[in-house]
Design a protein around this ligand. Structure first.
Ligand code: FAD
Length: 506
């Protein structure tokens, strides 16, 4: 068993990427204190500066555009995987700068923008951020209300953004807004590269998040900010394409980070269970414990193969359908969350204590099922895409693994036969089956993972075929019934005075 599993271990994609990974391991031992980062809700300046000096904050920026590394996709994912094993918050911080800060400018920026921002971003002299989400536009970016109103020389940007990672610290922010023409008509979306010192940009409140505490996520307010026409990323009508490309690549980065984090969780699970005796025996000798560890070993191995093979395809110049990026994010974050919760259980009370690292990883990992598209939204999207004729995802899978594609086609046909208009629940289950099939198609041939992967897909297909649940009553009625059970638990006692006295306002 262990020999078979060892075969899935990946070699580094290159000597230089392994040298950087080795540097990160050594640096982490000497200069990183994850719990302090978390408790102080701040990444220390030396970490950002040292990462910047190594080129880690813009790993794919070519030397000709001010980068220090110019890594390919496989190398980039390798380093994110290593960072995911070291510190999830730092991995998110680095991944955000690279994917959401640098990439839109590198791919869609004009020469002046690239010259102005890329060298500083790549070397960590400034940070980048990305702002799509709003109060009414999260899992549904089309609900964006911020408006970029076309003027003779550019745009006037008004509106609010929420939870923009690193925004408070950023020197440049890529913002997506509705594009209104000079007559005020909606004509698509525009992505704008906004300078951190842009007049009319007000940094708003930071969110007190459950995890990823070391980096900021904050609101942004645009008070009729005048943005030049030379600030448009790509076409002024194609803001959603810029956002889709950015978030699609971000989803692959999340999968890479998640893979590294699962290895770290496994390390903690094996360390603990091989040292902790319960009665006469080590926990590690318990076959239930071994089954748990094996489950997550398989997950880590499968994620390694998935991310590597996607990297190989991208480095070979392939253009993968966005469904592959979405599926990778979905399975990776579900597997990460399962591993984090398993570690929380396996390490018992110690895992629940903040002096040990599992608690922090567990809190950090939880957001991955929500940001860059919640799992259900992604699954629903995959389900919809699968039912299209022709389906780009099925066509792609046919080129990768005809057998897997045929099985997924059969599940989609079954869904169609069951329901001409699948329910939201049906789409989610269908999309989950699609995501596990993508994983299987990218991982095979790996005989030691085949049964495990088949079971994941079968579970999703079973949910698809399960009879519909009874509909809930009217929401007000249900809320009243629940209030009766729970009582009205809103606490009204006055808290602490924290606001500045109005007499002392500027
Ligand atoms: C720590 C953190 C960092 C973030 N960083 C950024 C950033 O840098 N830039 C940025 O723009 N945004 C960022 N976000 C925002 C993030 O991407 C959104 O929170 C996310 O897209 C979900 O949107 P929402 O919170 O409005 O959830 P909602 O849209 O309200 O959705 C709530 C839930 O509804 C369910 N749901 C939604 N659609 C469906 C469906 N079709 N079928 C079934 N169930 C469904 C899902 O369970 C979902 O989680 C960040 C958020 C956090 C918390």
């Amino acid at each position: 068993m262990s020999l078979e599993l060892a075969q899935t271990a990946l070699a580094p994609p290159s000597d230089r990427s392994q040298a950087l990974a080795d540097w990160l391991r050594d640096y982490a031992r000497r200069r990183i204190h994850s719990r302090l980062i978390d408790e102080r809700r701040c990444i220390p300046p030396h970490v950002a500066l040292d990462f910047g000096n190594r080129g880690l904050l813009g790993m794919q920026v070519p030397a000709g555009q001010g980068g220090l590394l110019g890594l390919d996709h496989q190398e980039y994912f390798w380093l994110l995987r290593q960072l995911g094993a070291i510190d999830f918050t730092l991995a998110a911080f680095v991944g955000l700068n690279n994917c959401l800060g640098v990439r839109p400018i590198l791919r869609f920026g004009n020469p002046a923008m690239r010259e102005r921002y890329l060298p500083d971003l790549a070397r960590g002299r400034i940070l980048g951020a990305f702002a799509v989400t709003e109060a009414g536009a999260g899992s549904n970016p089309a609900g964006i209300a911020a408006v970029a109103q076309r003027q003779a020389n550019g745009f006037v940007l008004s509106g609010e953004k929420w939870w923009s990672g690193s925004a408070q610290w950023a020197g440049v922010i890529n913002v997506v807004a509705r594009h209104h023409d000079t007559a005020g008509r909606h004509c698509g979306f525009v992505a704008l590269c906004v300078d951190g010192d842009q007049p009319g940009l007000r940094q708003g409140e930071e969110a007190l998040t459950l995890g990823l505490r070391g980096m900021v996520q904050n609101q942004l307010h645009f008070d009729a900010a005048a943005i030049g026409a030379d600030r448009v990323l790509g076409s002024p009508y194609a803001g959603m394409s810029v956002a889709a490309d950015t978030m699609g690549y971000g989803r692959l980065a999340i999968a890479a980070v998640a893979g590294g984090a699962v290895w770290r969780l496994l390390q903690l699970m094996v360390r603990y269970t091989s040292r902790r005796r319960v009665g006469e025996t080590l926990l590690y000798g318990n076959d239930h414990v071994q089954a748990v560890i094996l489950e997550h070993w398989r997950a880590a191995s499968a994620l390694d193969l998935l991310v590597r093979r996607i990297g190989i395809a991208l480095d070979g110049g392939a253009s993968l359908p966005p469904e592959v990026h979405a599926a990778a994010k979905l399975v990776a974050t579900e597997l990460l969350w399962a591993a984090a919760d398993a570690a929380m259980q396996l390490l018992g009370g110690r895992a629940y204590c903040e002096n040990n690292p599992v608690a922090q990883i567990w809190r950090d990992a939880r957001i991955t099922r929500v940001f860059e598209g919640p799992s259900e939204t992604i699954a629903s999207y995959l389900g919809q895409q699968l039912l299209r004729e022709p389906s780009a995802l099925l066509q792609h899978l046919q080129t990768r693994h005809a057998g897997q594609a045929a099985q997924l086609q059969a599940i989609a046909d079954c869904c169609r036969a069951q329901d001409a208009e699948p329910s939201a629940r049906g789409l989610v289950a269908l999309g989950e089956a699609a995501a596990w099939t993508v994983l299987a198609a990218y991982v095979e041939p790996a005989p030691e993972l085949a049964g495990w992967l088949g079971a994941k897909r079968a579970a999703a297909a079973e949910r698809l075929l399960a009879p519909a649940e009874a509909a809930l009553p009217d929401a007000d009625l249900l809320a009243a019934l629940i209030d009766r059970q729970a009582g009205l638990v809103r606490q009204m006692r006055a808290g602490e005075q924290r606001e500045l006295d109005p007499y002392l306002f500027d």
